[in-house]
Design a protein around this ligand. Sequence first.
Ligand code: BGC
Ligand code: BGC
Length: 778
Amino acid sequence: MVSSLVTGAVLAMQALVGGGVHLRGIVVDQADRPLGDVVVELVQPGAVLPRMATLTASDGAFAFDSGDVESAVRGRASLDGRSGLVVDRPGAGPVVLDLTGLRGERIVQRSVHLPGGRIRVEGLAALVPAGRSGVFLVRAREGGSGAAVVVGGLGARPEALRWLPEPVPAARAMTDSVAPGLSLRKAGFLRRSVAVPSLAHDAGRLVLARDPLEDRVDSVLSRMDLDDKLGQMTQGVIGTGSLDLGASRLGSLLSGGGDSLPDHPALQDVALGTPRAIPMIYGIDAVHGTAKVANAVVFPHHIGLGATRDSALVRRVGEVTATEMLASGTDWAFAPCIAVPQDDRWGRTYEGFGETPELAAMLGAAEIRGLQGARVPWNVIACAKHFVADGGTTWGTGTQATPLDQGDARIPDSVLRRVHLPGYVAAVREGVGTVMASYSLVRGVRNHAHRDLLTGVLKTELGFDGFVISDWLAIGQIDKLDYASSVRQAIEAGVDMAMEPNQHRQFLATLKTLVQSGKVSQARIDDAVRRILRVKFRSGRMDSPHLPRFLVDPIGAPAHRAVAREAVRRSLVVLENDPVAGVAPLPLPPGGTIAVHGSHADDAGLQCGGWTLGWQGKAGKVPGATTLLGGLREVLGTSRVVSQATRVADAKVAVFVVGEPPYAEMKGDLEAAAFADFRPDATTSSLMAAYRTAGVPVVTVFVTGRARPVATLLAASDAFVVAWLPGSEGAGVADVLSGAVAPSGLLPVSWPLNSQPIANVGDGRAVAFPYGFGLTWP
Ligand code: BGC
Ligand code: BGC
């Protein structure tokens, strides 16, 4: 039986492992002068991440050698489509396959001898003992080595059998070696791609041409005096900032989470009236649609989009967001957040796409593509945030009287690079205009003062040629007792524009003194302003300062709502659907009364979460939104849906919509006790029990910004659906519950057990449901 498992052919890893990689070349400018610090990436068409990257030396030379690749593929395993497990390793030998139940109990263990390289192991379903049904976890382990790689799940019932396509692109890019190429970039030069005939190749001298845009940047820069330049480096907030836009020549304004919206045309006219007439750009937290704006479409928060695994959809989300932003007078989204949250107790977990770098890279790049568009001029300016490792802070280190938020990521460089950096690699490759520094620290150093990370890694190693914006009043946190020192450290570290709401004047005066006394160099100022102007040119603002006008107001347009509704459908993850008297509760039956209850059933504010209308979000109405109850009425027909407690036995199925209250940064962190085992209130619990006693199946829809232990709630339910924070289009939930659309969402995070609240894919800890899990029905 064991030998028959290995039916897949041995796919030699084309040149990658077999022949090795020996690529070299020299990069020069048009005058044949060597160019140092050019980012050279070995890429595969369509892959989100490069396979390898390097910088040219000062003589312009670069080289890739095979040793790098071998270490990159060692021990990788992934599931391939529906049928097989793919294992990649350089050496041959025994591999232990472990099948466990979701609660960690061993089902079966087999040791198979596999040749080296890339092989595909098929027939895993045959390993499941007869009579066992359900979903199992498959792990592949190198014989001898202790480290287990969780690679996915397998269901014995054919309808529940889901191969989990994880890990996603990064791993695939490593292994599916076809037609690679080189991609070259350096700030001030046009990007260039070069096809390579083989991986053992000398590319010779490769010429990079200067970007003609730089001449326009130069010409503006040459006319600016110090006040113009420092003004460009400063962002004020609506109110104090907008009143001082002209006098202080501010480069940008923002509306923060709780602020009102701008009169863009009037403000832009003020900017155009300043001595150099440089247009301003206007920033807003459009992190799930233009959700600050009444009647705008509110998309699922990122964690829900992570469950869709659909980059084309996320790109459309970005496009719609951009259109609604422009119509509301803003052209710079502080999005996407590409945090990779490692601890679900963090209150910003929902702002990230999920717990793996693959999701951040794949979906972050897609959102940037949607927000900015595929060519210059952009739709709006995107901002990848928060650089870096904001999702990797250590419990107990938070600096806002919070356990995690704005804390210290006490992680080795290897983890920072493997988990938290790939999203930025993809964002920079996608051409993201701006990056926001993180409030958090990395091993004791504030990101805002981290020269090695901001200038060394982001700008030099990754070749980011846009600008870095500081976070809201974050500069002053560097040295709370010495603002001048904070400003100097931030600017020297690589912050180019300062978000200093209500204290932009203090920032300007401080930076001016630092420059005049030689403590901050003129060259650093010019570099910052050059970056800002570059982005303003690419955004289109330099040539058309006023935002496009639309014939018809696009805010909340039906076509936009349709995209959001699709995103909601695709984001739902079904964790449980246990038959009651032989019938699965979902999809809902075609006839009979559906009783709908729970705190979150008819409240758009709760289903939208934080960063909606206001900063932390709140319960209550959201103009233009459809609640989950409203959606069920729309899809099932009003007469079938009752929301008052009538006679429980009259219902065919009871749907309970419960979940978390809204929250955002600083306030959303949960202490361990609050995080453990989410329980609905006593009335809801007893109503759930009453339905079950009467033989009525109970379906729970969980509205949440994160995965959290739910053992009690699961036990009280026959079916369990995670809706995340779906946003304004509640009917998307009804589309799935009703059976109109089959569920397809996959967990973007590991779902924790009560006893083991923190777990991430690959760490070997027991989970309630693994990363990538999600049931469907035929
Ligand atoms: C948040 C950012 C946000 C900014 C502006 C900060 O507190 O950390 O994510 O973009 O405020 O509202
Ligand atoms: C603002 C947010 C900001 C937060 C940080 C709030 O008042 O509205 O945008 O992120 O303060 O302190």
